[in-house]
Design a protein around this ligand. Structure first.
Ligand code: ATP
Ligand code: MG
Length: 255
């Protein structure tokens, strides 16, 4: 069970080369951080992995099966096991729907799924309540609307939604970037806890190398679409780190 990316390149229209020959293997249950400054290609990689963006060069397989972008039938099964959390919850949570409806959408789409952390024989509402409890929210919140929640609460709802199908891979694209520092830490702790409980694989994208260091065992560094460094977190201060990695660490420590 692993995600294998081999020689992935992505060119947008107008010749913008967002990714250049990315190769990466993510074994099951590992948490891998992807860091790099704005425009380095992080979100492009995330969207490609979710099948939301096409690519012409390279091969991506998940558990031995290729990811075919924008192919509805092959993506259906894949989406059940691969979920994503975005920085901006406005695209995840429909403002017109009460929280419980957004929460249960994945479970409604995949009626055959029965994640082990949800008790058997629950009503829909009880399922929504349990999901909220897992992410540390009051179950009474199920009847609220997104605009009636804080940013951190909305992000917890998105996390609850993303894990509702017990995905084996969770891709997080800057999930804490818009939150204040204390809430950021809480969300990171929550992800760490969930990762331990479910042994899901996490790809955690961030420009904040400290957040990555807290959560991830391994880190890759992107610069202008090129993977310039890859290391185990214990080697973060190793003298052989790429100068760009060192600059990212330096920048983070002077913030
Ligand atoms: N739809 C698109 N069409 C054309 N170019 C794009 C598109 N999306 C992204 N790009 C370009 O691809 C490059 C990588 O963008 P990407 O969004 O992947 O960066 P990022 O690392 O996620 O940045 P940030 O930290 O700001 O979110 C950038 O140069 C960007 O301008
Ligand atoms: Mg991005």
């Amino acid at each position: 069970m692993s995600l294998i990316i081999e020689g992935l390149s992505k060119k947008y229209t107008k010749g913008i080369q967002a990714l250049k020959h990315i190769s990466l293997t993510v074994p099951e249950g590992e948490c891998v951080g992807i860091v790099g400054e704005s425009g380095s290609g992080k979100s492009t990689l995330a969207r490609i992995l979710l099948g939301l963006e096409s690519y012409k060069e390279g091969i991506i397989t998940y558990n031995g099966k290729p990811i075919v972008p924008k192919n509805r039938t092959s993506l259906r099964e894949y989406r059940k096991s691969v979920q994503m959390i975005f920085q901006d919850t406005t695209n995840t949570l429909n403002p017109k729907l009460p929280i419980w409806k957004s929460l249960l959408e994945p479970l409604d789409n995949y009626k055959e799924a029965s994640p082990s952390f949800l008790e058997q024989g629950l009503t829909k509402m009880e399922k929504a309540e349990q999901l909220l409890e897992i992410v540390g929210l009051e179950k009474e919140m199920i009847n609220r609307y997104p605009h009636e929640l804080s940013g951190g609460q909305k992000q917890r709802v998105s996390i609850a939604r993303a894990i509702s199908l017990a995905p084996s891979l969770l891709v997080c694209d800057e999930p804490t970037a818009s939150l204040d520092v204390t809430v950021q830490v809480q969300i990171l702790q929550l992800l760490k806890e969930l990762q331990k409980k479910t042994n899901m694989t996490i790809l955690f994208i961030s420009h904040d190398i400290r957040a990555v260091a807290y959560l991830c065992g391994r880190v890759i560094v992107l610069k202008n679409g090129v993977m310039v460094d890859e290391f185990r977190i214990g080697d973060i201060y190793h003298k052989e780190r790429h100068p760009y990695t060192k600059a990212l660490i330096q920048a983070a420590s002077s913030e």
